[in-house]
Design a protein around this ligand. Sequence first.
Ligand SMILES: Cc1cc2nc3c(=O)[nH]c(=O)nc-3n(C[C@H](O)[C@H](O)[C@H](O)COP(=O)(O)O)c2cc1C
Length: 424
Amino acid sequence: MANGGRGSGAAADARVVAPVAEDTLGWRDKRTLPRHLRDMLALDDFETVARRRLPRPIYGYVSGGVETNASLRANRAAFDDIAFVPKMLVDTSMRSAATTLFGHTYAAPFGLAPMGGSSLAAYQGDIVLARVAAQANLPMITSGASLTALEKVKQAGRTSWFQAYLSHETPVISALLERVARAGFETLVLTLDVQVPSNRENNVRSGYNAPLRPTPRLAWDCLTRPRWLCGMFLRTLITQGMPHFENMGPRTPLISATGVRTSGRRDKLAWKHVELMRRLWRGRLVLKGVLDPEDARLARESGVDGVIVSNHGGRQLDGAVAPLRALPGVKAQAGDMTVMMDSGVRRGTDVLKALALGAQFVFIGRPFLYAAVVAGDEGVAHAIRLLREEIDRDMALLGLPSLTDMGPQRLTAAKGGEFLPRRD
Ligand SMILES: Cc1cc2nc3c(=O)[nH]c(=O)nc-3n(C[C@H](O)[C@H](O)[C@H](O)COP(=O)(O)O)c2cc1C
């Protein structure tokens, strides 16, 4: 099936090499950084601080995987299995990481993944992430499970990407799609790997629930994190009232003794519903959670514009293959669909490995939310800056004038074994 003239495809997604002056890259003199950000040297540094600031159940909700955390670990291990073969004496002085995706040229080949509950961890988390992403000229995907109405996130951040969790019911599908289109979103991301709620034992153990149950234990967890209690929770209550889950199912308050969040059954969702969405949605349609090359083929044949190779950051099916390993197989079946990936990307070198294996773009989740917890807008801007600096430095060290020069020929197995399409 064709893409209905929406203009996706290899041409639209070719990475452009537009030389960018150094001062527009967002570099910042380290001496002018606020004190609390000076020790943030890499994305992982934000987690250490955020862990101390967040109540235990909320940190557990953000950081956790599922069951044994096998996929969470595999996501990182996949990157460690790969080594680079850099090229010397290449003039990279005009290098650029600018990347064109769906007709828009972004500052770098990465964006901010959708994260429900962002506004539970960081003050106005959804708005902060959307706003800073827009300022940095990077895409941010608004979560369908956010505590902020999608219209508000759109207004604050100019993000054009919205992520939906949908059941098979046609009236639910068409109502949401109409609302999302009315708000002005252009790219709809349908998340597929949530057929049923996953088995997040860590949430049960730490006392996390959606909505949160007002228990003495929760009160204690919050009281022992005064910074979060005052700077996030009380501040939100005073300025906006009790947050609600806004975009999915009935409007449910964040804290409720009896409330139940219902979002409809999703285990009936099938390819015919993707085809229905394709007919109803005039913008770009992206499927998130594709790992199987055969699913990539079906997506292409259903008129989908792009796929995000993802295992939800190891939060759904424990043992699901690491997206980095699944990339080459999906890419082989993707045709002119745009291939993106997420799960476990933390470093500039990770971004480049993913690009070498067939991704045109990557998304990153947890680290940007931790950055918002640590220092709001400044924190997220600093995290973006760090990753952009890493990519720029790595391009020079690898001998890459342009990201289009990054391919499997620049990779080898780190431990003498194989790294390519092996499936975990
Ligand atoms: C706190 C949190 C909330 C998330 N909420 C959503 C969501 O609402 N929709 C969705 O498609 N994915 C959601 N995800 C998954 C992310 O979009 C993304 O796939 C994952 O975080 C990428 O892995 P990383 O955190 O290792 O970068 C969430 C992840 C986290 C950590």
